[in-house]
Ligand binder design. Structure first.
Ligand code: PHE
Length: 438
């Protein structure tokens, strides 16, 4: 059977859909707010250019060249028995990581459903049992899209939802940034200044780690998703261009989300700087914004639309997480797609319900995946492409097997970044975290 292929626009929205997620809307704004505003954004761009973009190209190349699931990809592309065995070992890790991420991401996704219904005035606040119900609903939505298949489910869904998501967040940002002053002494303008005025004194080593970690999570690097989605990218598409556009769009989206959140907090909260500095986790989105929105003109409606956009952003990411184990199960274990989806669903809800009962489980899983497993996955992919696959094959892939005129010099630069700079950069983050832990 011929493997599904995304259209060019499809590949963009589907991969951007995986990248754009809760990471952009709740994590990026407070990271910017607490790490020197535009200074952090500049640092973030620097890391995306010299580390993340090369890793993205490496992972997408592995996927597209092997045209198979993340478990088999490295194995298929190597010839030495030791490399093949290591490839399968890492392949297993690439299937495990997104399954684990899905298991806690769906709990936060469930909260977006909960807050949306509350913002619409349909439900009131519930206890743990209710949280499990919202998680279940969110996971069911994810499963329904993935069960629809790569083209009929994932691509179709993303083609409609990503543009819609973009328009909604853009409109909310415009509303937020032009809010009138309310007498607290602060204005939306001050919020924009706070965000876009670089304060380099706030940039320390910790901010570097934060910026790189955020970039990794936000671009879904090292998780097996880019390999899996890469395997559906059309062999004729220009891979570097696609990766660049996705990284650009992810950043643009994060900045627009920042403009939706930060000016609103400034215009409507009495002590905005403190509020932003002291809500360095999901509290900004889940505790502060539900108070902030109703205070705006048309606030109830804007609040509901905002939480709806959060559901969309979370869904396009969770479907990418679910697709990785599903493609593994259908191709390697020969399960039908609905059965594979059902199996992943059961695993995710089992771990997810532990997360709803104990918040520490969720935090521990997040730390394990985002701080340890994803960087490790990123290093493995760059080492594979930089040292095992080699320059010629990478150049062949970047030029779509000779279809496009891709200069050898640009491939050379990308190869050098993949071979040396990216793994060293990621390794330094990795080791710093390791020693911090001791
Ligand atoms: N990139 C997503 C976000 O920003 C999260 C994600 C991580 C998605 C890993 C897929 C894989 O929220």
């Amino acid at each position: 059977m011929e493997r599904d292929k995304f259209s060019r626009f499809g590949a963009l929205v589907v991969i951007a859909g995986s990248a754009v997620g809760l990471g952009n809307i709740w994590r990026f704004p407070y990271m910017v707010a607490t790490n020197g505003g535009a200074a952090f954004i500049l640092l973030y761009i620097f890391f995306v250019l010299i580390i993340c973009l090369p890793v993205m190209v490496a992972e997408l190349s592995i996927g597209r060249r092997s045209r198979c699931n993340a478990y088999r990809a490295l194995d298929k592309l190597s010839s030495a028995p030791a490399a093949k065995a290591a490839g399968r070992g890492f392949g297993l890790m690439y299937v495990l990581i997104p399954t684990l991420i899905l298991s806690y991401y769906c709990v936060i996704g469930g909260s977006t459903v909960d807050y949306f219904l509350r913002a619409c005035g349909i439900t009131a606040h519930g206890g743990n049992g209710m949280q499990l119900l919202w998680t279940l609903i969110f996971l069911l939505l994810t499963a329904a899209v993935v069960a629809g298949g790569v083209k009929g489910g994932i691509e179709k869904f993303s083609k409609i939802m990503m543009p819609l998501l973009f328009i909604i967040v853009l409109l909310i940002a415009l509303r937020s940034a032009t809010l009138p002053a309310t007498g607290s002494g602060w204005t939306a303008r001050d919020g924009l200044d706070f965000m876009f005025r670089p304060d380099f004194s706030k940039l320390g080593f910790k901010s570097c780690l934060a910026a790189l970690g955020q970039a990794f999570f936000s671009l879904s690097i090292g998780s097996g998703v880019l390999m899996t989605y890469g395997s559906y990218v059309n062999p004729k598409d220009k891979l570097f261009k696609t990766a660049g556009e996705i990284a650009f769009f992810d950043l643009l989206f994060a900045i627009i989300a920042g403009c939706a959140v930060i000016p609103a907090v400034f215009a409507l909260e009495a002590d905005p700087v403190n509020v932003l500095a002291n809500n360095t986790d999901s509290r900004l989105v889940f505790n502060i914004l539900p108070e902030v929105f109703p205070a705006m003109p048309l606030g109830k409606l804007i609040g509901a639309v905002f939480f709806f956009s959060l559901i969309l952003a979370a869904l396009t990411s969770s479907i990418s997480q679910m697709e990785v184990p599903v493609s593994y199960l259908t191709e390697e274990k020969k399960l039908s797609r609905p059965l594979a989806v059902a199996l992943v669903f059961v695993v995710a809800i089992a771990i997810g319900s532990a997360c709803t009962l104990r918040g520490q489980v969720l935090n521990a899983l997040d730390a394990l995946c985002a701080n340890w497993l994803m960087p490790l996955g990123g290093i493995a992919a760059t080492v594979f492409v930089g040292w095992i696959m080699g320059f010629d094959e990478l150049h062949d892939e970047l030029s779509s097997r000779g279809l496009h005129k891709t200069g050898k010099l640009s491939s050379r630069i990308i190869h050098l970044l993949i071979r040396y700079i990216a793994p060293i950069g990621v390794l330094s983050v990795f080791l710093t975290q390791f020693f911090n832990l001791l």
